[in-house]
Each structure stands twice: as C-alpha cells, then as structure tokens.
Design a protein around this ligand. Structure first.
Ligand code: SAM
Length: 346
C-alpha cells in the first residue's frame, strides 16, 4: 500500500523506509537626537538679535526633522537580514475562500459531517509528521515525542490536526484567516486543560506571522490549505521564512490532473456531496512537480512525496504510490544556507 515516488533532484525521497512507521499509530516616531538639536543659548541669542532668523531656524528644524524621520522610516524597510528577509504587502488570502469556510465554521468537529475526510486523514498525516520530525530528534519523551518542538499549523481551521500535534507534546500555534474557525478551535481545545496550554490559536494570515517573526518554528504544517491560497509562491516563501534552518515543512494537497477534476470536483462535490459544492477550484490545484520546484527554489529540499487515496465507502485514507489525486510532501529547510533570496520579493 505504502510507497513513495522517487523524485528527481535532491534528498532521499522514498516512502518504503517509512512503511513500518506508518503502521503503528495514527514607530513609534524615531527620536531626533542630533540633526534638529539646537542649544538653548543659540536659540535665545537668535531671538534677541534677529527675530527673522528664528523663523529660518524653525524651517530648518522642521526640514531637518522631516529628513531624519524619512531617513529612519526608509531604514525600517532595510532591516537586518537575520531578522527579516523581505516583507510582502501581497496577501495569499482569497476572500471567496474565506466566505466558503465561514459558512462551515461550526461544523469542524462533526466527525460524520462535511469534514469527515479531514478527521480520518489524521490516520495518515499525524504519523507522517511525527515520524519525519523524530528522524532528526536526538531523543524524545515517551508519550510526548514532539515535546520541545514548536509547530506552526497554517490554515488550521477548527484545529483537527492542531490538537493531535499538541497531544504529541509539541507547542503549536494554529492560525487561520477565518475568525469563526479560530473561535471553534478555541472552544474545542478549552475542554482539554493540557491542550489549552500547549496550543495557541490566532485569527490571522501567514503574512502577519512573517511580519512578526523569522526562523522560529521547527515545523510548519499546511494541510489541505495550498489549494485555497491566492499566490502559492508567496505562501511557500512565507512558510520558509518562519522555519528554522533544518526545520520541516509538511504539505498535503490535491494534484492538478484530469482525475482530480473528475473525482475531486465533479464526483466529490457535485455527485456524491462528500465535500460541499464550490469548496475547490481546479485551477488552484498544484502538481507535485510544480510544488517541488517552488519548494526547492526557496531553499527547501524535498524529502518525500507520497500519494494518498480516500475511499469514500469506508471513509478511510491509505498511502499509495499514485499521486494523481491527493499527496503529502515533506521538505526540509537547508541548515547550511546563508539566507536564500526569495527570488521575486527581495
Ligand atoms: C480544507 S481546510 C483545512 C483545515 C485544516 N488544515 C485541516 O486539515 O483540518 C482549509 C483551511 O485553510 C484556511 N485558509 C484559506 N486560505 C488561507 C490562506 N491564504 N492562508 C492560511 N489559511 C488559509 C481556511 O480558512 C480553512 O480553514
């Protein structure tokens, strides 16, 4: 069942070795210091001797202040490379997607409802994330193998994946642009006092996290999210920027094939109603090859790409060598790199 496609350029990408692992579990305004500073004596002397000079001084002071302020403001956008690689004013959030997910925000935890396939996807994706993270961990606590790790779950929705990652001991920040999703996620985790401490939820975009922090997370997870974003390249650049060197990016998504159109949209949405109509836009799907090329151009080395198949009759997922529908990818940010220049945005 389980098998991985060997990929072209970098990394040891195979899933055979994972076979056993998958079986078991589931301005403020800057202060002016020099340029506009005049001594009291100078100023009073000017006022007594030549009042007109005072207005010149005022103009000079003002000009000098403005120049300093403009200069400092400009400097803000050339921050030190180790704190900020770039900032983007582009958003990856599509307002029509926000509307779709807003309408379903109260249904996340209905295991038989519209998000049932995401609940059962945890059987594959939780061990996939855990086992790949543990490959690099020196030792780990029994029962809490991910303790000490900091994970960002981007597009966490109602927290279906965030919670099991928290249960494995990780400190997880779950973010989602839909406020109502975050309320649902907050409410659900409040039932478990342990998770309440380990998980933090925020209603915000990934771009906002990038503005606040860099190279912070041991892992970034974007599960079933990239097919909903506007600008995939910016999205991946942002993921890469918040990852620590050596950190892991995990993505699950849908391939862009004729089969994914037929089964993922026509069958799942329009015929069987497995997924609500309008949830997916085929044009936004991405092939593993395209995703790999974006990942690698951002300094990430792709380790694994594995196909995932959903059986709508049993409601279960299984691993497959076939990536023509759903697939999971694991990529690692190089720990050697200085700071890869995200091609377009520097
Ligand atoms: C299919 S759901 C997946 C939820 C969760 N990752 C899971 O698998 O249970 C997609 C989620 O991505 C969020 N989303 C959509 N566009 C996004 C963006 N540009 N950045 C981050 N999250 C986004 C949606 O609000 C929604 O909660």
């Amino acid at each position: 069942m389980l098998g991985g496609r060997k990929l072209s350029s970098s990394g040891s990408r195979f899933l055979g070795a994972h076979r056993s692992a998958f079986r078991g579990t589931q301005g403020d305004c800057p202060r002016l210091t020099t340029s506009a500073a005049y001594s009291k004596n100078q100023l009073s002397w000017t006022l007594q001797i030549k009042p007109s000079v005072f207005s010149e001084y005022r103009i000079m002071c003002f000009k000098s202040y403005s120049m300093t302020f403009a200069c400092l403001n400009r400097m803000k956008s050339y921050r030190l490379p180790w704190t900020r690689l770039y900032s983007t004013s582009r958003t990856t959030v599509d307002s029509s997607e926000v509307k779709t997910f807003l309408a379903l925000a109260h249904r996340w935890w209905d295991e038989q409802g519209v998000y049932a396939p995401l609940h059962s996807m945890n059987d594959l994706r939780v061990p996939f994330i855990r086992d790949n993270l543990l490959k690099t961990a020196a030792d780990h606590q029994p029962g809490k193998p991910l303790s000490g790790m900091k994970i960002l779950d981007v597009g966490c929705g109602g927290g279906l994946l965030t919670e099991p990652l928290g249960r494995l001991g990780a400190s997880v920040i779950g973010i989602d642009p839909v406020d109502e999703n975050i309320k649902t996620a907050q409410h659900h985790k409040s039932f478990d006092p342990v998770l309440d401490k380990r998980i933090e939820y925020r209603a915000c975009s990934l771009e906002k996290i990038v503005e606040e922090t860099a190279e912070t997370f041991d892992a970034v997870v974007a599960s079933e999210v990239v097919e909903h974003v506007i600008d995939l390249e910016v999205f991946i650049q942002c993921c890469c920027q918040v990852l620590k060197p050596g950190g892991s990016l995990f993505i699950t998504t849908i391939n862009k094939t004729q089969l994914s159109y037929a089964l993922g949209i026509v069958f799942s949405e329009q015929i069987a109603g497995i997924v609500p109509k309008g949830t997916h836009t085929w044009e936004k799907f991405v092939s593993p090859e395209k995703l790999e090329s974006i990942l690698e151009s951002n300094g990430l080395s792709v380790q694994t790409v594995a196909g995932m198949l959903y059986n709508p009759f049993s409601g279960y997922w299984h691993w497959s060598e076939n990536t023509s529908l759903n697939y999971a990818a694991h990529a690692v940010k190089s720990s050697m790199q200085e700071h890869p220049a995200p091609a377009d945005l520097l």
